[in-house]
Design a protein around this ligand. Structure first.
Ligand code: MG
Length: 442
C-alpha cells in the first residue's frame, strides 16, 4: 500500500486522509520511536488528525509533545530534540486537503526506506499496543516558536552584521495567506527592525484570502499593496510557511528561477555546489559560472537529500522551497524571508533581478496514456541522446550549447510534459521535443 507521495501523506479530508488512517500511522510510528514532537498548520481537519495520531503514538508507548499551531520549519527545528517530528499539514494545497509529514532530528523529511517501514507496518496491522502502565505521556511545549525565531535571528545577524544598525528600516509587505506563517514571521521581521505591513496574517483553515500556493497568479493583492505602500519588497508564504516567494519594489513577482539564482549568488562559495531540480532554468547555471550545479528529480525532498549527500552550499526548488543547510535540511520560508531582507538592505530586489540573464522558456504537454509512457520515453531518450548531454533522473533532459529540452511523464496525469529554454529559437527547440513525442505515439 502506497501512503506516501513525494510530500508525505496528503489527500482529501475524511476521504483519502481519515482518522482511522492517522491512528494506524500513529501506532506504527509510536512502535518504532521513543518520543516525538507534533504540530499542525491551520487546516480545519488539523486538530482531528493530530488527536488521532497522538492516540496511536501513546498507545504504542511513545511520549508526545504538542507544540500546537506552528509552521513546518518550526516543527522541523523542534524535532532536533526528539526521535522524530510529526507535522499535520497539506502545505500549499486547497482547504479540503490535509496531510501528515514526518521529520528526522536533522530536519530531513523521512526518506523512502523510512516511509516504507511505516507503510508496511500499517498494511500488516503489525502494531505494538503496550501495557496500561507503559502508554506514552502527552505534554505541551510552548517554546518552539521562540527557539526557532532566536535561531534565525542569530544566523541572520552573523551573515548580515550591519542589519540592525541601519537607520532607515526596510518597509516590507508580508502576505502569510492565512497560513501558519502568521504565528512567527511578522514578529521576527519586526525584531529585525523592519516596518512590516501584514496581509492575511490571521491563520484560517478556510484560506479565505487566496489560494495557499504563493505563485504569481495568487499574489495580486500583495503586488498592489507593495506599490500602494511604497514598500521595498513583498514576501508571501504558503500554508505551512516552508515556501516563500517575493515581489520586488515595483510590485513585480520574482520568479522561482530568479529567486533561486539570487539566493545561490549569496550562499554558494566559488567551487561550491548548488542543488536544483531538472526543470530549473539555465539562468542559474549562467549566473553562477563558478559553482557546480547538480540536478535532481523534481521534489524538495530529493533536493534536500542531494544537498546532504554532496555537502552542497545551498539548494532549492523554483516553487519557493529554499534549503540553507547550515540551518536545516527542511526548507524554511521564515529564514528565507529574513535572509532576503538582509540582502535587500544592500541591493534593491529589482536591481538584483535585472542583473540576471533571462532566456525565453516554453512549456506544454502532450496527452499520453499511462500504459504508453514507458515506450514513448524510451523513444524520446534514443532521439535526444543524439542532440547533446543527457540527464535521465526524472524524464529525459538534454543540454546543448544554446539551451535545453526536458521531456518528462507526469506522475499524476495522462500527459507528457515538455519544457524548452534557449538563448535563441525556443519555439523550434520545443517543436523538436513535441515532434518526437507525437511520432512515438503515432
Ligand atoms: Mg509548504
Amino acid at each position: 500500500m502506497k501512503l506516501f507521495g513525494s510530500s508525505g501523506i496528503r489527500g482529501i479530508t475524511n476521504k483519502e486522509v481519515t482518522v482511522d488512517l492517522a491512528l494506524k500511522v500513529g501506532l506504527a510510528l509510536g512502535s518504532t520511536k521513543k518520543n516525538a514532537v507534533i504540530g499542525r498548520d491551520p487546516r480545519i481537519a488539523g486538530g482531528m488528525i493530530e488527536h488521532a495520531l497522538i492516540s496511536g503514538m501513546v498507545s504504542a508507548g511513545c511520549d508526545v509533545m504538542r507544540i500546537g499551531l506552528v509552521t513546518t520549519p518550526t516543527l522541523a527545528h523542534a524535532a532536533r530534540n526528539f526521535d522524530c517530528g510529526v507535522m499535520v499539514t497539506a502545505s500549499h494545497n486547497p482547504s479540503e486537503y490535509v496531510g501528515i509529514k514526518l521529520w528526522n532530528p536533522d530536519g530531513m523529511a523521512f526518506d523512502s526506506a523510512q516511509q516504507e517501514e511505516i507503510e508496511e507496518a500499517v498494511a500488516a496491522g503489525n502494531i505494538n499496543n503496550v501495557e496500561w502502565n507503559h502508554i506514552g505521556n502527552i505534554t505541551t511545549g510552548s517554546n518552539a516558536v521562540r527557539e526557532h525565531s532566536e535561531m534565525i535571528l542569530c544566523n541572520v545577524k552573523q551573515v548580515h552584521v550591519t542589519i540592525m544598525v541601519k537607520t532607515a528600516p526596510l518597509r516590507v509587505v508580508l502576505d502569510c495567506g492565512c497560513g501558519a506563517g502568521g504565528t512567527i514571521t511578522p514578529y521576527l521581521l519586526r525584531e529585525m527592525g523592519c516596518d512590516v505591513i501584514t496581509l492575511n496574517a490571521q491563520p484560517d483553515g478556510y484560506f479565505p484570502a487566496r489560494n495557499p500556493e504563493p505563485n504569481d497568479a495568487n499574489l495580486g493583492l500583495l503586488k498592489r499593496a507593495v506599490k500602494e505602500f511604497d514598500a521595498d519588497l513583498g514576501i508571501a508564504q504558503d500554508g505551512d510557511a516552508d515556501r516563500m516567494m517575493a515581489v520586488d519594489e515595483n510590485g513585480i513577482f520574482v520568479t522561482g528561477d530568479e529567486m533561486l539564482a539570487i539566493f545561490a549568488g549569496y550562499e554558494c562559495k566559488a567551487g561550491g555546489t548548488l542543488v536544483v531540480p531538472v526543470d530549473t532554468s539555465m539562468t542559474v547555471d549562467d549566473a553562477l559560472p563558478d559553482s557546480n550545479v547538480v540536478r535532481t528529480r523534481v521534489g524538495d525532498v530529493y533536493v534536500a537529500e542531494e544537498i546532504k549527500r554532496t555537502g552542497a552550499d545551498f539548494g532549492g526548488e523554483p516553487s519557493g522551497s529554499w534549503i540553507f543547510p547550515q540551518v536545516s535540511y527542511c526548507p524554511d520560508g521564515i529564514y528565507a524571508a529574513a535572509r532576503l531582507i538582509g540582502i535587500v538592505q544592500e541591493t534593491k530586489l529589482g536591481e538584483l533581478r535585472r542583473r540576471l540573464p533571462q532566456y525565453p522558456t516554453k512549456r506544454g504537454t502532450v496527452v499520453c496514456n499511462n500504459e504508453k509512457k514507458g515506450y514513448v520515453m524510451d523513444m524520446v531518450r534514443s532521439e535526444l541522446e543524439t542532440l547533446g548531454t543527457i540527464t535521465d533522473i526524472d524524464g529525459v533532459r538534454v543540454a546543448m550549447d544554446e539551451g535545453w529540452l526536458l521531456v518528462r511523464p507526469s506522475g499524476t496525469e495522462p500527459r507528457i510534459r515538455i519544457t524548452a529554454e534557449a538563448r535563441t529559437g525556443v519555439d523550434e527547440l520545443y517543436d523538436v521535443g513535441e515532434g518526437i513525442v507525437k511520432e512515438a505515439l503515432a
